[in-house]
Unconditional design. Structure first.
Ligand SMILES: CC(=O)N[C@H]1[C@@H](OP(=O)(O)OP(=O)(O)OC[C@H]2O[C@@H](n3ccc(=O)[nH]c3=O)[C@H](O)[C@@H]2O)O[C@H](CO)[C@@H](O)[C@@H]1O[C@H](C)C(=O)N[C@@H](C)C(=O)N[C@H](CCC(=O)O)C(=O)O
Ligand SMILES: Nc1ncnc2c1ncn2[C@@H]1O[C@H](COP(=O)(O)OP(=O)(O)OP(=O)(O)O)[C@@H](O)[C@H]1O
Ligand SMILES: N[C@H](CCC[C@H](N)C(=O)O)C(=O)O
Ligand SMILES: [Mg+2]
Length: 486
């Protein structure tokens, strides 16, 4: 059992009513999960306001209510804690409840539109290679050393973050690398973590449905850097137009990486091939398994982070050249002379980068066939842009479904099609069923051709109207190309 006033340490309080020395069992922010003597934190959400569930929480046995607005009718046996921001309070309370696990290991957060999973996973793999026990919080999976804990979000909720960090500390982890999504930063999911550093990969078009404007999206990312402590580092991509903005108000040590502009961690691309990347870093020539210029940036972010955490650059480069990166990112599957590439590119910038990389490494006469869709219940404005990019940079394009969620799949596809230039209509097909779309790409491909299957990467489901149907691009591509027996 914990004492309420201890878990409120460092929480910005407005008012308290009732016994602050009472024992509490758990902290919850969903009334449906309330247990006896728990603390219910009422959070104003995106869909509903948690304040509307205060009574339900009390009826289920909550002993303490943490809220921004006090209810009119107060129960004499309940303790009420009024805070400025319930979401931020949740993070700080969770950190206190789990005895501040992030102060017991080196925790680095990675933010940016693209490259978070890749960077965090490379860091995890690198530090494992270097002999450490490491934790990872990522879109693909959460890890405590070798143990895999399935991920539901890119960044877990504030309570889960602290619970996972506590388990990492218990398992002897000395480092943890985590993704910080813009949703998570705005929602205060990261508010209780003590960071040793943060990395900014890049920012481009995404999530405007949630943030409203690009400026708000930039502000969300910047908040992570604004809140870094003095003894940490802020490592940013100097070649990204918004990189320096991230550093404007930070107290952390400012560090940069890049390929073009002057930077603390710099590289030159010597070879960019389907086999990997050869980089010149401080006069050392090193091969890496990752492909494409964008991965040169990810590698530099990883190198910079490791060096800033006190690792030796030579050793880092040696170990980094061995690692593979995250699954579902530029996964090559070669079957019967056709190269299929499964990639999680689900933003305009990522799609453009991957297609430009493919164009850059192709040997000549082969066709590039792209299969791509856009998610439902997500930023609609990226749909026509992604379809235009796909058609401009491919020989044939099949527009298809990618987690339509609650939307009509054909409506999403029409919105995508509206971005295609009329001259590109003849190379564009619409096939709503993703399995059929991949199959068709297999049928029209000839030996030597490259098929890019974009948007889902590691995902193992297709979400349609609230149901997640098993679906894995990598499995389907293997099945179908074998079936076609080319
Ligand atoms: C839009 C969004 O991000 N919503 C997230 C947010 O939920 P919310 O606060 O909006 O929830 P809400 O339904 O409005 O409810 C408000 C409050 O009332 C409570 N409630 C609700 C019902 C009830 O009966 N009782 C009750 O107490 C809820 O627990 C909540 O505390 O906080 C929840 C807990 O952390 C998240 O699970 C939820 O993620 C939803 C499911 C989601 O799909 N999020 C995606 C968009 C997301 O976060 N994606 C990013 C990655 C994006 C990227 O960078 O690519 C991620 O980090 O995964
Ligand atoms: N540094 C980068 N710059 C631009 N594009 C990138 C970069 N790294 C990866 N990509 C592209 O973006 C896709 C997604 O990469 P990754 O999963 O690492 O990003 P993410 O930021 O974790 O995405 P999410 O927001 O969904 O968690 C990759 O499959 C690749 O196509
Ligand atoms: N983290 C991203 C993932 C998008 C992946 C794509 N397959 C989709 O479902 O839109 C999001 O939640 O917007
Ligand atoms: Mg990710």
């Amino acid at each position: 059992m914990k004492i309420l006033k201890d878990i409120l340490y460092k929480v910005s309080l407005n008012a308290t009513i009732g016994n602050m020395d009472r024992e509490i069992s758990e902290i919850v922010f969903d009334s449906r999960k309330v247990v006896k003597d728990s603390v219910f934190v009422a959070i104003p959400g995106t869909l509903v306001d948690g304040h509307g569930f205060i009574l339900a929480a009390i009826e289920k046995g909550a002993g303490v209510i943490v809220c921004e607005i006090l209810p009119e009718d107060l129960h004499p046996e309940i303790t009420y804690v009024q805070v400025i921001s319930a979401a931020s309070a949740l993070g700080v309370m969770a950190a206190n409840y789990y005895e501040n696990p992030s102060s017991k290991l080196k925790l680095v957060a990675v933010t940016g539109t693209n490259g978070k999973t890749t960077t965090a996973t490379l860091l995890y793999q690198l530090f494992v290679e270097m002999g450490y026990e490491v934790g990872l919080l990522s879109t693909v999976e959460n890890k405590i050393s070798d143990e895999v804990i399935p991920a539901t979000h890119t960044t877990p909720d504030a309570l889960s973050i602290q619970a996972l960090l506590a388990r990492m500390v218990e398992a002897g982890c000395t480092h943890c690398f985590m993704e910080a999504s813009s949703h998570a930063i705005v929602q205060g999911r990261t508010s209780g973590v003590q960071l040793s550093g943060a990395v900014f990969t890049n920012i481009s078009h995404d999530h405007l449905d949630y943030h409203g404007t690009f400026d708000e999206y930039i502000k969300a990312k910047k908040k992570l850097f604004d809140e870094l402590p003095k003894d940490s580092f802020a490592l940013i991509n100097a070649d990204d137009k918004r990189g320096m903005v991230m550093l404007q108000n930070t107290k952390a040590a400012r560090q940069t990486f890049g390929l073009k502009y002057p930077a603390d961690f710099k590289a030159k691309i010597l070879t960019n091939a389907l086999e990997g990347l050869e980089l010149d870093i401080n006069g050392k020539q090193v091969w890496f398994r990752m492909i494409g210029e964008f991965n040169a940036y990810n590698i530099l972010g990883v190198l910079g982070t490791a060096v800033l955490l006190g690792e030796d650059e030579e050793e880092v480069l040696m170990q980094l050249s061995k690692v593979q990166g995250a699954q579902g990112r530029f996964d090559k599957i070669s079957i019967a002379g056709i190269t299929a590439i499964v990639d999680y590119a689900h933003t305009p910038d990522a799609l453009e980068n991957v297609l430009k990389t493919i164009q850059g490494v192709r040997s000549g006469g082969e066709q590039v066939i792209t299969v791509v869709g856009c998610g439902g219940n997500r930023d609609k404005t990226k749909r026509p842009i992604m379809a235009r990019i796909a058609t401009q940079l491919s020989d044939k394009v099949i527009l298809t479904s990618d987690n339509p969620r609650d939307e009509e799949p054909m409506q999403i596809l029409k919105e995508m099609e509206s971005g295609v230039n009329p001259v590109d209509f003849k190379k564009t097909m619409i096939i709503e069923d993703r399995r059929e779309a991949i199959k068709t790409a297999g049928i029209i491909a000839n030996k030597g051709d490259i098929i890019l299957i974009a948007g889902k990467g590691h995902e193992t489901y297709q979400e349609i109207k609230g149901v997640k149907h098993p679906f894995d691009d990598r499995e389907i591509v293997k099945e179908l190309i074998t079936l076609l027996n080319k």
